[in-house]
Design a protein around this ligand. Structure first.
Ligand code: AHR
Length: 497
């Protein structure tokens, strides 16, 4: 049996958890938008064509923020194609995903849909094939009250009040040579700076995200961040980082240690931001937007078989395993541990495309939950308030020169609900015994302890058999929580203060 001791102290707070931490991405890709969130004519669609069953499923995840319209798609997108009467909108080739884009879903539809799910928009602009001019027009259209060409066009298109979009992403993964309009760091840095300048002249109240690295392992990692920040440190509020993990090597121990890599990635980006801050004698701290993260790899073969130039093709429809859910859980814990710098997070993506929520075109249920839905649901609902520093004493295993603790944990204290929430993941193939000491807290009592456990690592959830169950073996003695955790398990313990 693996043994672990954890300790939290009420004085040892990492930071407030930004409510935007548990956001997501909806890209105009595959069946994420079309036949995912938007499907006019479907029996469960509302008058706007939005699937109400999907809205209900998303509400369970309490998604606070949605990045849109991409992803790679945005780097070839003309935002003007998605406004105005639907029968006049052009059908275009989407060369990022070799698909047909009908433009029946665009800016107004997205922002109206955000209202239905109670989320804020993070609007990504095209800095691949386009630039300053399209961006300044888009922000005039969205945020300027009236009396100009673009703001009056918005009013003509049915939206009297400005949308007042606060958060904007300056392009997508511009460092990757797969990106339409890929640029080197100098080219992107200059363009991002000039675009930020123009956008802020229209609306100085906006917040901006600059593109950081789209993979920890890219050759340009590090130098990319430095050059970009040299150009835009003064202009932007956040630097992005993207990371997807896979088990292509069929090495479960390595796969389950993915969060150790993510932890280094985040710490390294923080160091680079702080070095640039020092060099520039700045007071401002650069925050991070982990605006794409997930496991992604299962659909590679089936994607390759898809015929090009279809509308809403079945692309990136990974069916997630229980092992993937454990990895997603531990990645989320890593974000929580870095809550002082990570202020924005987007699980990529939300529906059908590498997603926690899947739709069936026909059949029952019309919506189903993937394995990764469960840990993400718990973290997005309960990792609120403040993130606490967790000291841990846990046995490690070693994989590719990495020390990997068998158990990882993060904790949150939520003053609004008077709760402490402990998350513990056991990566070992055997049960674990833990002790969690709560120092300097008033006496706590157990509110609810749950586990997500007991499935084969390869099991997927099309049959909807997976569920969260009660964690039985938990006791509290003198503000120390003790218990036993199943092998390969994700656990959440809620304590009342
Ligand atoms: O989420 C799928 C794709 O992964 C996104 O379009 C892109 O930004 C990333 O490479």
């Amino acid at each position: 049996m693996v043994k672990a001791t954890f300790k939290i102290n009420s004085d040892n707070i990492i930071s407030e958890i930004d409510p935007r931490m548990w956001g997501s991405l909806t890209e105009q890709l595959g069946r994420c938008v079309y036949n995912g969130i938007y499907q006019p004519g479907h029996p469960l669609a509302n008058k706007d064509g939005f699937r109400t069953d999907v809205i209900e499923a998303i509400k369970k995840l309490r998604v606070p923020l949605v990045r849109y319209p991409g992803g790679n798609f945005v780097s070839g997108y003309n935002w003007e194609d998605g406004i105005g009467p639907k029968d006049t909108r052009p059908v275009r080739l989407d060369i990022a995903w070799k698909s047909i884009e009908t433009n029946q879903f665009g800016l107004h539809e997205f922002l109206n849909w955000c209202k239905c799910i109670g989320a804020e928009a993070d609007m990504a602009i095209n800095l691949g094939t386009r630039g300053i001019d399209a961006a300044r027009n888009l922000i005039e259209y969205c945020n300027f009250p009236s009396g100009t060409y673009w703001s009056d066009l918005r009013i003509k298109n049915g939206q009297k009040e400005p949308f007042n979009i606060k958060l904007w992403s300056l392009g997508n993964e511009v460092d990757g040579d797969w990106q339409i309009g890929h640029k080197n760091a100098h080219e992107y840095g200059r363009l991002a700076h000039e675009t930020a300048k123009a956008m802020k002249r229209v609306d100085p109240s906006i917040e901006l995200i600059a593109c950081g690295s789209s993979l920890h392992t890219l050759d340009t990692f590090g130098s990319w961040e430095e050059t970009i920040l040299d150009n835009v440190y003064e202009d932007v509020d956040y630097l992005s980082l993207h990371q997807y993990y896979d088990d292509n090597e069929h090495d479960i121990k390595k796969f389950l240690s993915s969060s150790v890599d993510l932890d280094s990635f985040i710490s390294e980006v923080v160091s680079i931001c702080d070095a640039v801050k020092a060099r520039k004698h700045m007071d401002k701290t650069m925050y991070l937007a982990m605006d794409e993260w997930n496991v992604s790899y299962h659909s590679k073969e089936s994607d390759a078989k898809q015929k090009p130039w279809q509308v809403a093709p079945h692309l990136l429809e990974d069916h997630y395993t229980f092992a993937d859910a454990l990895v997603v859980g531990s990645l989320a814990l890593t974000l929580l541990k870095h809550a002082d710098r990570i202020k924005i997070g987007c699980l990529a993506q939300l529906v059908n495309v590498i997603a926690p929520i899947m739709t069936n075109n026909e059949g029952n249920p019309s919506v189903w939950y993937q394995s990764i839905f469960y840990p993400f649901m718990q973290i997005s609902n309960f990792a609120q308030g403040e993130s606490l520093k967790v000291d841990s004493k846990v046995e490690n295993y070693t994989v590719v020169n990495r020390d990997v603790p068998y158990l990882s944990s993060a904790a949150a204290v939520n003053k609004a609900t008077n709760e402490i929430v402990l998350f513990i993941e056991n990566k070992a193939d055997e049960p674990a015994q833990f002790e969690y000491q709560l120092c300097n807290f008033p006496n706590v009592s157990l509110k609810k302890a749950t586990q997500f456990a007991g499935y084969d690592l390869d099991a997927t959830n099309e049959n909807q058999l997976m569920h969260i169950s009660d964690l039985k073996d938990v006791a509290i003695d003198n503000n120390t929580v003790k218990g036993k955790l199943d092998a390969y398990s994700w656990n959440m313990i809620r304590l009342s203060l």
